[in-house]
Design a binder for this molecule. Sequence first.
Ligand SMILES: NC(=O)C1=CN([C@@H]2O[C@H](COP(=O)(O)OP(=O)(O)OC[C@H]3O[C@@H](n4cnc5c(N)ncnc54)[C@H](OP(=O)(O)O)[C@@H]3O)[C@@H](O)[C@H]2O)C=CC1
Ligand SMILES: O=C(O)C1=N[C@H](C(=O)O)C[C@H](O)C1
Length: 243
Amino acid sequence: MLGARGKVGAEVCRAVESADDTELVAAVDAGDDVEELVRAGAEVVVDFTHPDVVMDNLRFCIEHGIHAVVGTTGFDQSRLDQLETWLVDAPGVGVLVAPNFSIGAILMMRFAAQAAPFFDSVEVVELHHPDKADAPSGTARRTAELIAAARREAGSAPMPDATSTGLEGARGADVDGVRVHGLRIRGLVAHQEVVLGAAGETLTIRHDSLDRVSFTPGVMVGVRSIGDHPGLTVGLDAFLDIG
Ligand SMILES: NC(=O)C1=CN([C@@H]2O[C@H](COP(=O)(O)OP(=O)(O)OC[C@H]3O[C@@H](n4cnc5c(N)ncnc54)[C@H](OP(=O)(O)O)[C@@H]3O)[C@@H](O)[C@H]2O)C=CC1
Ligand SMILES: O=C(O)C1=N[C@H](C(=O)O)C[C@H](O)C1
């Protein structure tokens, strides 16, 4: 485990230790020697650290032939391309990058993409605890990309928006043409709403992670599956039987 003393890392350590078919061989956090992963013979590394350090961690894992299950966010296309490049020299190694491991969040993204072509307007609102480093959240970024792809494929018209003047940021970030708004509120964990609208109606799809245990079943699916999936996989959907 990389990020073993972090909020999610601590939950993952508990899940790995309490399962019959997995063993926690190394619990590494900031300041610890990453070589411990190799000395301990880790077959799979789970990374819940920080966007600033995750790429160095993954280069280390790939170079040492260790599969990786990555929850850390802050990934854009250039980072994913970099991982693909490193993986060319390590053909047996699998890396899973999943912006959200909770089954509810994965379904929320699916439902949003499915609904998006049926409405004129779609915007994403993500709400998180204020200790979060990245904005928008990885989940919101991925949701917006999926919505944009679904609308492109359906030939949807551009979304209506008459804004011609306003304060910078007031309309959120533009991710692939989809507006994403971020709130950072003490007391929250991880929440997201996708708000869709057409003449005379709106549809709101909301997901709430109320506790970080919501992420661990999905992480365990990733840990058990990644060895059979060499190369880069983005999103846990590929390992779930959800069509
Ligand atoms: N994909 C998903 O389902 C989810 C993803 N996340 C993402 O996971 C990441 C971590 O979230 P969270 O647990 O809340 O954050 P935390 O800050 O609670 O935990 C991160 C931990 O990683 C440690 N760390 C920092 N640098 C290194 C390093 N080089 N090697 C090993 N450990 C290191 C930190 O130490 P220190 O504090 O001393 O710097 C800290 O203990 C974030 O990017 C978050 O967005 C979160 C929830 C779910
Ligand atoms: O930092 C968090 O807490 C979370 N990060 C992930 C993200 O950026 O989407 C997943 C979840 O939202 C919790």
